[in-house]
Design a protein around this ligand. Structure first.
Ligand code: PBG
Length: 329
């Protein structure tokens, strides 16, 4: 049937009808909030390239966690910034490392807030790469053991989920085995399965002081020009190796990857709406060129519609507030 029997505008005729027919729902339970913790004192410092996002010190991390918990956000994703970096990234797996202490503190004060930890070396190595470097090459296999050690050290202090982001082959298998061997078989692995070597990570590298000192990440992170099939192969391998939850990253220009993953795999799927994606909207909003609340809402809806179950976003606190406001209206 076509016009005039069919009138699509009838489906949009009033706020009530539109609400009934909304196909996609973003809720606060979908959100994961990234938090940066740095060694030292002096309180939180705003990250220039990610306005509204801060590097916290241990003393004020709990306030950030409290804000998240009060907003109803179920989970935080922790990134550490150590005082000292070395070639082996030893602060990543140090017993008294910044993340180890942060998680201990968080789980003591907010036991119900899900603590997810980034498991990678790039924030901890003096060369800024995600693995051990020899003769200018990033070595895969020698890195695995350090990632496993890092993951176990996080589980030991109470991390609920470890999130390996380094894109070394075999990392999930190695981490799963190490966790199981040490009795942490209940610790989940949320792996960055399809992570592209994206220029949208620029602002994050300022936040985490983790830009590579030489070269780039193109030999380990996926080529942005790689096809959907390669991303599906990565995700399949990660699941086979024991990933409980998989991430696609970045989110916006990789919506096709999210959709394909949704159709091909049954496991929980996360979109990482990365720093550059956040910064673009923030900058335009600050110029008064777009309306932040509306645009961010549209982005979140798009990510859910593409098929993601969860979204890692620097806007999580704002979104939680906006959702609450709209419910009270
Ligand atoms: C660490 C890591 C990165 C991001 C998350 N974990 C940076 C990178 O790979 O260089 C980027 C997140 C963002 O841009 O918001 N490997």
């Amino acid at each position: 049937m076509s016009f005039p029997q069919t009138r699509m505008r009838r489906l949009r005729i009033s706020p009530g009808i539109r609400k009934m027919l909304a196909g996609v729902q973003v809720t606060v339970d979908d959100l994961i909030y990234p938090l940066f913790v740095r060694e030292g004192q002096g309180g939180r410092q705003e990250i220039q390239a990610i306005p509204g996002v801060f590097q916290y010190t241990l003393d004020d991390l709990l306030y950030a966690a409290e804000e998240a918990a009060e907003a109803g956000i179920p989970a935080v994703l922790l990134f550490g910034i150590p005082a000292d970096k070395d070639a082996a990234g030893s602060q990543a797996y140090a017993e008294d490392g910044i993340i180890q202490r942060s998680v201990g503190l968080l789980k003591k004060e907010f036991p119900d807030l899900v603590a997810i930890t980034d498991v990678c070396l790039c924030e901890y190595t003096d060369h800024g790469h995600c693995g051990i470097v020899r003769d200018g090459r990033i070595l895969n296999d020698p890195t695995l053991e350090l990632l496993a050690k890092t993951a176990v050290s996080h589980a030991q202090v109470g991390a609920d989920i470890v999130a390996p982001s380094g894109m070394m082959d075999g990392r999930v298998d190695c981490i799963r085995q190490a966790l199981d061997k040490t009795g942490y078989n209940d610790t989940l692995i949320m792996s960055y399965a399809a992570k592209f070597a994206s220029s949208f990570y620029g602002p994050f590298r300022e936040a985490a002081c983790s830009a590579p000192a030489f070269g780039d990440r193109c030999t380990y992170q996926m080529d942005p020009k790689a096809g959907v099939d390669q991303a599906m192969q990565e995700i399949a391998l990660n699941i086979e190796e024991g990933a409980d939850i998989v991430i696609v990253k970045p989110a916006l220009v990789y919506l096709d990857i999210i959709r394909a993953a949704r159709e091909q795999f049954r496991c929980p799927l996360v979109a990482y709406n990365v720093s550059g994606e956040y910064a673009m909207l923030k900058a335009a909003a600050q110029m008064g060129w777009i309306q932040e609340k509306q645009v961010v809402g549209e982005v979140m809806t798009g990510l859910k519609r593409a098929g993601s179950d969860l979204i890692i976003t620097y806007s999580a606190l704002d979104i939680a507030r906006w959702i609450k406001e709209s419910e009270e209206e």
